[in-house]
Design a protein around this ligand. Structure first.
Ligand SMILES: Nc1ncnc2c1ncn2[C@@H]1O[C@H](COP(=O)(O)OP(=O)(O)OP(=O)(O)O)[C@@H](O)[C@H]1O
Length: 741
């Protein structure tokens, strides 16, 4: 039986059942999805669906849904609607109030005597006012009763009404959690509040607003649209937008939805409100989201403060370095020594260089010297991604964490360590800092306290996915930095390393050894692309035959779209590396169920999940799937995680990933298709980043012209940031806050 046949198909007929919850087998706190047993007069039934439990076990519930047949768990009710029965019988009502905390039999009786058996509804509708005048109820107790009744019964009304506005069950739960009990009133007034809740964007909030009859020129709408445009620019890496451009872009976006032209100056008032409310910050013609402005300011002031601290050169340092050389058998180069000296003397150092230039070796020397000077030195090591952290651990011999974990970040934006509670280290070393965006840099510097900070990275790699160009800007601003640019002999034996440096110099890579280029040609570009895809498959087959595992082989593409984009390649490569097989479990997905998550699939996490502690860009493997529940069991490193159906959007297949996503990763074998169809993405840093991900073998397959274009194209990174200028201003002591109104 194949995976699709195993999928339970709901029977058409809708059924209703009521009873009490016997056991909650599984509950996802984030989405509200639950598996539970309901004790009904006809026996215990198994149910699945989005249900909000206030108590869980023992809770009365009425559910509607469809029967499904699960191959392992048998008959289950797939719940599509639910309610918590409000008692209509006096004695039942009294029992219900008695179950509330702090309510005795006497008070319960008095409430029901005053309000009748419909007391619950009266309290839901009128709140504390309904309880006014009931003997023996203090205002605090009345408040507590209202809260408890709302928690038991009110939430379903709210969720039901949210769903009626077109919000999905999972999102409705999130809205309720984020915006709280009064969310409906707030949303009716300003539906654009929804745009701030995870998973709901401006477009969906706008749809709700239309349903609620909010006028198209409502100030809330204009403000939300403006914030949307500004936040959108951060996906291109910008920290700020030019004001006139911002207004015009927002006008254009709304005109695209409404069909009518909007004038940019219609947004002036909305922009003024956002500035007054502190949601945006303006510096002359530049407009920032407040959070980005604050982050840039913070990092700038921090770097400037450290620049002002005079470097303290310790006299015996050269002797110490010589001892290290004797001990380790490594003779450091002139530049490496300079890096060690600067690291000892300055509270901040940037160590940059391409592959094989000796960054890790230098870090080892620095650690050794620090330990010799003070054996008590506490060192914190981190990298922006889990895999980069694991690698740092391997090469340095010290334990390393992700920056998020180091800072104790459990949810986006909130860190356990900050200026009030600094990290307990004397020295903090962060690797792969080209990947660090301004928001993460802000968190790091806030928590650094008095510790020395060494930022290690390769400034020629692609910049961070998030906003800012931090490593580059810090170097530009004159932060003490050492650039290692000599490739060591051992590294020179690798054409991967040599070619990475050649590409940076604008030279074509040379073939041979661990680096090869397969030329593919055809009569037309389309034909050539098709031939490249076939040749890529052959290369994968050959590598598998040579004993490489699917996990060893990583295909990288500049883009997601097109025949040689990651989406199309993933379909081909899944068929090749993990084909459908009898007995291999899978779950179909996609609009027509044409794709499948299959046991053994390689997958990539697409955004940070703080609960699971699985971060953007991490690669995992599907170990098991439950087609009935829609649950995927995925291994990331040592940990296994469950992904519910509504979490699948966090995942993609990872046989092919974009070069952007591969940042900070390393793979034994990297294969990159090269086509002129990716014209706008063919540039030097991108190719360089792709090549430097390979450890044992790097294969480029495609058009020589595409390779030539990529090597020659030095497209500069254009990101709107002011970090460099701000550091320079602050370090000269001109402390005027450019953003103060
Ligand atoms: N001073 C030195 N003398 C001789 N060999 C060295 C020296 N420094 C580094 N190496 C050797 O050069 C190679 C690359 O060094 P290292 O791993 O430190 O570079 P890296 O910049 O961290 O490289 P990557 O970014 O590729 O990890 C290693 O084999 C290392 O042993």
């Amino acid at each position: 039986m194949n995976g699709e046949d195993r999928l339970a198909r709901p029977e058409a007929e809708e059924v209703t059942a009521s009873g009490t919850v016997e056991r909650v087998v599984f509950r996802n706190e984030e989405t509200g999805f639950a598996v539970f047993r309901l004790k009904t007069s006809g026996g215990v039934i198994s149910c699945t669906g989005y249900v909000y439990f206030s108590q869980g076990e023992g809770e009365a519930l009425e559910v509607t849904g469809h029967w499904t047949e699960h191959p392992r768990y048998g008959r289950q009710l797939q719940v599509t609607g639910w309610s918590k029965p409000v008692p209509t019988d006096r004695e039942v009502a009294i029992q219900l109030f008695r179950r509330l905390e702090g309510v005795g039999r006497r008070v319960a009786r008095r409430i029901v005597a005053a309000l009748g058996p419909g007391a619950v509804d009266a309290i839901l509708d009128h709140g504390e006012a309904a309880l006014a005048g009931i003997q023996g109820l203090s205002p605090e107790k009345a408040q507590s009763i209202v809260q408890q009744v709302r928690a038991h019964h009110g939430v379903q009304k709210v969720l039901g009404q949210l769903m009626a506005l077109g919000i999905s069950p999972g999102a409705a739960m999130r809205v309720y959690r984020v915006l709280g009990e009064g969310c409906l009133e707030d949303i009716r007034r300003n539906p654009y509040l929804l745009a701030g809740v995870a998973g709901i964007g401006f477009g969906q909030a706008d749809g709700v607003a239309r349903r609620l009859g909010i006028p198209a020129d409502s100030p809330f709408r204009l403000q939300s649209a403006l914030l949307h445009t500004l936040a959108g620019s951060t996906t291109e890496g910008h920290c700020w937008l030019d004001r006139a451009f911002w207004l015009a872009k927002t006008a254009e976006m709304l005109a695209g939805i409404d069909g009518d032209p909007w004038e940019a100056d219609q947004f002036e008032e909305a922009a003024g409100t956002l500035a007054r409310e502190g949601q945006i910050r303006q510096e002359e013609d530049r407009v920032y989201l407040a959070s980005l402005w604050e982050a840039e300011e913070q990092v700038a002031r921090w770097a400037a403060d450290r620049l002002r601290v005079a470097a303290l050169h310790s006299a015996g340092l050269d002797d110490l370095i010589q001892s290290y050389e004797r001990e380790s058998g490594v003779t450091l180069s002139f530049t490496q020594r300079e890096a060690v000296r600067t690291a000892m003397a300055s509270p901040l150092l940037i160590l940059t260089g391409g592959p094989g230039t000796g960054k890790t070796t230098t870090v080892r020397a620095i650690l050794w010297c620090r330990q010799q000077l003070n054996p008590q030195t506490k060192v914190g090591m981190a990298a922006p991604t889990g895999r980069a952290a694991r690698r740092l651990e391997e090469v340095s011999g010290f334990s390393a964490a992700t920056v998020h974990r180091l800072l104790g970040m459990r949810v986006e934006g909130i860190a356990q360590f900050d200026e009030e509670n600094p990290l307990p280290y004397d020295l903090i070393i962060v690797d792969e800092t080209s990947m660090m965006d301004i928001l993460l840099a802000d968190k790091l510097v806030r928590a650094a306290g008095g510790a020395g900070v060494i930022l290690v990275g390769d400034v020629d790699q692609l910049p961070s996915v998030g906003p800012g160009h931090v490593l580059h800007d810090l170097i530009q601003a004159g932060v003490p930095s050492v650039r290692l640019d000599v490739i060591f002999r051992q590294a020179r034996e690798s054409n991967i390393v040599v070619n990475a440096h050649r590409v940076l110099q604008g030279e074509l890579p040379r073939q041979g050894g661990d680096f090869w280029f397969v030329e593919v040609s055809g009569a037309t570009t389309a034909e050539t692309n098709a031939a490249i895809a076939v040749r890529l498959e052959q290369a994968v087959q050959n590598l598998l035959a040579e004993g490489y595992s699917p996990a060893d082989i990583q295909v990288l593409s500049p883009t997601k779209k097109g025949e040689l984009g990651t989406e199309a390649l993933n379909i081909r490569l899944q068929q090749l590396m993990n084909p459908r097989q009898m007995g291999k479990k899978e779950i179909p997905f996609g609009r027509k169920g044409e794709r499948a998550w299959r046991v053994g699939d390689k997958v990539i996490q697409m955004r940070n999940d703080y609960e699971k502690e699985v971060f953007n860009g991490e690669i995992g493997m599907i170990e098991d799937v439950d087609p009935e529940e829609g649950v995927l069991l995925i291994r990331f490193g040592d940990a296994l995680h469950e992904y519910e159906r509504d979490e699948w959007d966090q995942l993609r297949h990872a046989y092919a990933i974009t070069i952007h996503k591969s940042q900070g990763g390393e793979y034994p074998v990297v294969l990159i298709p090269m086509t002129t169809s990716h014209y706008i993405l063919l540039y030097r840093n991108l190719l360089y980043t792709g090549i430097t991900r390979a450890k044992k073998l790097c294969g480029l397959i495609g058009m020589p012209r595409a390779l030539g274009l990529a090597v020659r194209n030095t497209r500069p990174v254009l990101r709107n940031t002011r970090l460099t200028e701000k550091i320079q201003v602050y370090s000269r002591g001109r402390g005027a806050d450019p953003g103060d109104p």
